[in-house]
Design a protein around this ligand. Structure first.
Ligand code: G3P
Ligand code: MG
Length: 238
C-alpha cells in the first residue's frame, strides 16, 4: 500500500538507500539486545525509545538509550555499547534482506540509475551485516558509513546524504533529483534536511506521527512504483 501521488515529484535521476531496517532486516537485532539489557534493570524497551534511536550513529543512539531509559547512573553510553557488542557480533552475520530489496536494487542497476547507500552504521558492523550479500551490495556505486570522516553528525543531520550525493560520478546531484529510501524517523528528517525526496518504509510498530514528513509511505519496497518518480518501470508482472 502507498499514499497517493503528490504533485511536483519531478524526475528522479539518482537513488540513495538507507541500510538497516530498509535493505537489511537488522533493526530486530538492536531491539533484541536492548530488551535484554533493559530487562537487567527491570525496565522494558518500547517503540517510542526505539523511534528515537534508530538510524543514528551508535554513540548518539547509546546516549539516548541510557538517558531516556533512566539507567545512565548505572550504565554509561560507552559501557552500553561494549555490553551489546558481543551479542550483535553473533547476530549481524545472519542478516537477511528485506522484502523487495534485491528486486529494486537489481532493477535500478540494470536500468543504469546510479544508486548508493548512506547508513549510520560504522564500517566494522557494515562488513558483518553484508557478508552474505556482497554480490548485491557490489551494485552500489558507493557506500557512505557512519564513521566516514565527512559525516560529522549522524541522522537527522543531512551529512551522510550530502556526502553520498557528492560522490556520484556527476555529483553533487541536484537534491530535487535524488530519491532516498528510509525506514527511520531520523533518516527521513535527514533526507529532508538535505533537500531530497524521501520514501519511508516504516516498521508498523512505529507511531503514525512519524509518517508526516516523508513524501511517500509504503509498507514494503515491493509496493514501490518507479514510474511515479520518473524512473523506469518494472518489466515483470510482480
Ligand atoms: O538505518 P541505518 O542504515 O542508517 O543504520 C543505523 C543504525 O546502524 C541502526 O539503527
Ligand atoms: Mg534504517
Amino acid at each position: 500500500m502507498s499514499t497517493p501521488a503528490t504533485a511536483g515529484r519531478g524526475s528522479i535521476s539518482h537513488v540513495i538507500f538507507d541500510m538497516d531496517g530498509l535493505l537489511l532486516d537488522t533493526e530486530k537485532f538492536y531491539t533484541e539486545v536492548q530488551e535484554i539489557i533493559l530487562a537487567r534493570f527491570n525496565k522494558t524497551f518500547d517503540w517510542s525509545l526505539k523511534a528515537k534511536m534508530m538510524g543514528r550513529k551508535a554513540i548518539e543512539a547509546a546516549r539516548i538509550f541510557v538517558d531516556e531509559s533512566g539507567i545512565s547512573d548505572s550504565l554509561s553510553a560507552e559501557d552500553f555499547l561494549v555490553e551489546r557488542e558481543a551479542m550483535l557480533q553473533e547476530l549481524f552475520p545472519t542478516s537477511e534482506l528485506m522484502p523487495g530489496a534485491s528486486r529494486l536494487i537489481k532493477h535500478l542497476h540494470a536500468k543504469n540509475i546510479p544508486i548508493c547507500i548512506a547508513t549510520g552504521t560504522h564500517t566494522r558492523h557494515f562488513d558483518l551485516k553484508t557478508q552474505r550479500h556482497k554480490e548485491l551490495f557490489s551494485l552500489m556505486h558507493h557506500v557512505v558509513r557512519g564513521d566516514d570522516p565527512e559525516v560529522k553528525q549522524g541522522k537527522p543531520a543531512p551529512d551522510g546524504f550530502l556526502a553520498a550525493s557528492r560522490r556520484f560520478k556527476d555529483g553533487p546531484v541536484d537534491p530535487q533529483k535524488v530519491l532516498v529510501f528510509e525506514d527511520a524517523p531520523s533518516g527521513v528528517l535527514a533526507a529532508k534536511n538535505a533537500g531530497m525526496n524521501v520514501v519511508m518504509v516504516p516498521d508498523p510498530r512505529l507511531d503514525i506521527s512519524h509518517q508526516d514528513v516523508a513524501d511517500q509511505i509504503m509498507t514494503s519496497l515491493l509496493d514501490f512504483k518507479p514510474e511515479e518518480w520518473g524512473l523506469p518501470p518494472f518489466e515483470d508482472s510482480n
